[in-house]
Design a binder for this molecule. Structure first.
Ligand code: HEM
Ligand SMILES: [Ca+2]
Length: 741
């Protein structure tokens, strides 16, 4: 049986370096004709599209909006639930993202004009693929967001990463930078080949192609919220996983101008379809829904992600924007822009700003600085504010806030050490040197501890996958031709490991709390102000287990996501994940199988090579055809890879292995690259561990060395913190600017 198949080297079926044009089955003259057609027609199409989308020119759109606004007023406008407001805050766009999306929308309209012009004789996928390779908008006034983005030239000898990731790649400075698109390793699946979500089944009937199953129906068919704790993996794996995802991706949603002149997310439910904003993609809830029906809820709000313009001056199918640096560089701690970073800095001694509220001072707790503007937080009293960090999602649930706090403390612990020895150095140097060490040990922990647990030792240990750390010496894997960008396949499915989440937080032990459901911790991180809260959470996360990797997601996430205390229901993360996949034009489960070297399944039965019969039955119950299966739904239905050597299934493991490889070999500042650290410094970084960081920054006294796995006598026994190795930070002083003079 192929279920027993062992996976080691992950080899992609498609050669990702092949340009789409080369891939097309066209004669040379056909290709040449298409290139001429695009070069001649596209600038005019862009011009037309721009005029059409210009706000002043669209009086008819305006009047339609006004009409619809009046209709909405006549009907009773529903109060927007707090859960929806919180979801939108979670995905909030920066002004720069909104500006850039305007440019991307012009491109999309221009593309569709080109398609109309080309007529039905031309293959739409060929045309979009060809357009995406021709820089037709360079120098055009709307091209201001491509290569012309105003930035100082790159300094190849810069010792530190830039704050926004710009210039990591010297040839293509936008690669991996904040405010660039997610990238793709499989072709997009949009209904129109440009940007409209996949909604149609592959099946053709006499009435045409039926709709794909509704995402909420898929959600309830797959998951019954069963409680299946993972046998060996701690809850810290889940929590670290989320903390890491806030390093490499932050996808903003679209906003609309309200009549008051503010920008806000459009309301999509309870609005007539013809009056809905183009960014609306609401989720219908079936009338017989096992949970929402009792509240008479028929629709879940969903706003589409912002389109990102392509940084290489080409036009092409829509890609979502990423507001964080794509690199594994601790941007969730430091921010993804110079402006964000400035707010987080103490401004002296190389430190990060901390919380100076009376509670924090009284109990001598180093906490994150307060964020007075956080609308999504329900403030209980003035003395307990929500927190600020490098990623704006820091407050969404308290265990995440706890990890942010531990890494804040770690930064200040290291910067204090440096400052005590080099008081002559300015704040900026002390900060950057600390950040450099922080990012290095972060990468070492992500690749050395987290990834081997996630994809399994067998895959992580295979040198050919290039995710294994060096036993000694430097790595020679840096490749300037590898794009270090976050993949849509990762952000929108393979890394959405919401199946690992428990329906409680491990706060019970010290606080003697009666059971508190997980949703009471959404956007209410006030526990952090209790003395001992952080220690308690840290201790709980290494004691308790994650949920298993499977098609089951806790009802806290499937029914109560972001629910406020005075609400009865929240959102469903499974529906959101699936709908987001369609919004982002994500390839299907079968596409990914093929990309990963598994055979394309021709029937549901073919899925037996990676799934149990039970998991297949659920998929077959809701999907009409095996080609319709959404990647996330198929991915979580798989058995863990290599019989449980890894946590995730084979297709998630495949995507994640490729992704982590590219984040590493495409990062010029990867800590093992020559020129980043000296050999003695690398030897110290090898001593870094998450156990060590938790010991150094909390009051935990005992810990198992491999924190993502249960403590087990003989194998991974809990030991006193004193016996966990710590880096000798003094080795880093020798390469400080001006050292040894
Ligand atoms: C622990 C509580 C968690 C909550 C409440 C939560 C909630 C959410 C929500 C609401 C979204 C946005 C959904 C959408 O509109 O598309 C999201 C996205 C995401 N989640 Fe989670 N999540 C949690 C844990 C995790 C974990 C453990 C992981 C992975 C190990 C994870 C990975 C992701 C990723 C990669 C995204 C996409 C983010 C982006 O593109 O900006 N999440 N999560
Ligand atoms: Ca980052």
């Amino acid at each position: 049986l192929t279920t027993q198949r062992q996976v080691d080297f992950i080899q992609f079926r498609t050669n990702r370096t092949v340009k789409p044009m080369d891939d097309m089955l066209m004669s040379a003259s056909e290709k040449a004709n298409m290139v001429t057609f695009i070069k001649e027609g596209l600038p005019a199409a862009i011009q037309e599209a721009q005029e059409e989308l210009e706000p002043s020119a669209s009086s008819n759109i305006q009047s339609r909006q006004n009409l619809c606004a009046r209709m909405a007023d006549i009907g009773k406008p529903e109060k927007v639930p707090m859960s929806v407001i919180r979801l939108n805050r979670f995905n909030w766009p920066r002004q720069a993202s909104l500006d850039m999306a305007g440019s991307a929308r012009i491109d999309e309209l221009a593309m569709s004009k080109m398609m109309t012009k080309a007529g039905s004789g031309v293959d739409r996928n060929h045309l979009t693929a060809a357009m995406s390779q021709i820089s037709a908008r360079q120098g055009s006034p709307t091209g201001r967001f491509c290569l012309n983005r105003p930035q100082p030239p790159c300094d190849p000898s810069a010792r530190y990463r830039s704050q926004d990731g710009w210039c990591n790649n010297l040839k293509l400075p936008f690669w991996g930078a904040a405010l660039s698109p997610h990238i793709r390793v499989t072709p997009p699946r949009y209904d129109d080949g440009i940007s409209t979500p996949r909604t149609l089944s592959v099946v053709t009937t006499s009435q045409g192609r039926p709709l794909l199953p509704n995402v909420r129906e898929i959600s309830t068919t797959l998951s019954q919220g069963l409680d299946r704790p993972h046998p060996t993996v701690t809850l810290l794996l889940m929590q670290f996983g989320q903390f890491l995802d806030h390093d490499f991706v932050n996808t903003p949603i679209s906003l609309v101008q309200t009549t008051k002149g503010e920008a806000s997310p459009p309301q999509c439910c309870n609005v007539q379809p013809q009056c809905r904003d183009a960014a609306c993609f609401p989720i219908d809830i079936p009338a017989n829904d096992r949970f929402y029906a009792q509240f008479n809820v028929k629709c879940m709000e969903f706003v589409r992600s912002l389109p990102a313009p392509r940084p290489d001056c080409t036009v092409g199918p829509r890609d979502p924007m990423n507001q964080n640096t794509h690199f594994i560089d601790m941007s969730q701690v430091y921010g993804s822009s110079v402006e964000d970073n400035a707010v987080l800095r103490a401004g002296e001694r190389g430190g990060l700003r901390i919380n100076t509220s009376p509670l924090a001072v009284e109990f001598r707790m180093m906490l994150l600085p307060p964020d007075k503007d956080t609308l999504d937080c329900q403030r209980l009293d003035e003395s307990r504010a929500c927190f600020k960090s490098g990623d704006n999602r820091v407050n969404i649930q308290t265990a995440l806030t706890a990890l942010h706090t531990i890494f804040l403390r770690e930064h200040n612990r290291i910067s204090d050490f440096f400052w005590n020895r080099r008081r002559d150095l300015p704040d900026e140097i002390l900060y950057q040197e600390t950040r450099k060490v922080m990012a290095a040990q972060w990468q070492a922990i992500v690749y050395g501890e987290f990834l081997p647990t996630l994809v399994g030792d067998r895959i992580a240990g295979d040198e050919r996958n290039q995710i294994k750390l060096m036993a000694r010496g430097f790595s020679n894997l840096y490749n300037e031709n590898v794009n270090p960008g976050t993949w849509v396949e990762t952000s929108t499915a393979a890394y959405r490991l919401h199946t690992l989440i428990q329906d409680w937080l491990p706060l019970k032990r010290t606080f003697n709390e009666s059971f508190k459901p997980f949703h009471e911790f959404f956007f209410t991180p006030y526990y952090m102000y209790e003395p001992g809260a952080l220690d308690n959470l840290a201790e709980g996360m290494i004691h308790e287990n994650s949920q298993s990797f499977d098609n089951q997601v806790t009802t806290e996430m499937q029914e109560h996501l972001f629910q406020a205390v005075d609400e009865k229901f929240g959102l469903d993360i499974v529906s959101l994940n699936l709908q987001r996949g369609r919004d982002h034009g994500l390839a299907t489960y079968n596409d990914i199988r093929e990309f990963c070297g598994l055979p394309r399944a021709r029937s549901f039965k073919d899925l037996e090579d990676v799934m149990t019969r039970n998991a297949i039955t659920r998929l077959a119950r809701v999907y009409r055809h095996v080609d319709d299966i959404d990647f996330w739904a198929g991915g979580v239905s798989e058995n863990p890879v290599n019989r449980g050597d890894g946590v995730v299934g084979p297709s998630f493991a495949c995507i994640l292995t490729g992704q982590f490889r590219d984040w590493k070999v495409g990062d010029r500042f990867w800590y093992e690259n020559p020129g980043q650290f000296t050999l003695p410094q690398l030897d110290e970084i090898k001593k870094a561990s998450l156990a060590g960081i938790m010991c150094a920054n909390t009051n935990i006294r005992q810990i198992q060395p491999r924190v993502f796995l249960d403590a087990r006598d003989g194998v991974n026994p809990r030991v006193p913190c004193e016996s966990i190795p710590q880096m000798d930070l003094s080795v880093f002083l020798s390469t400080f600017p001006g050292a040894g003079k």
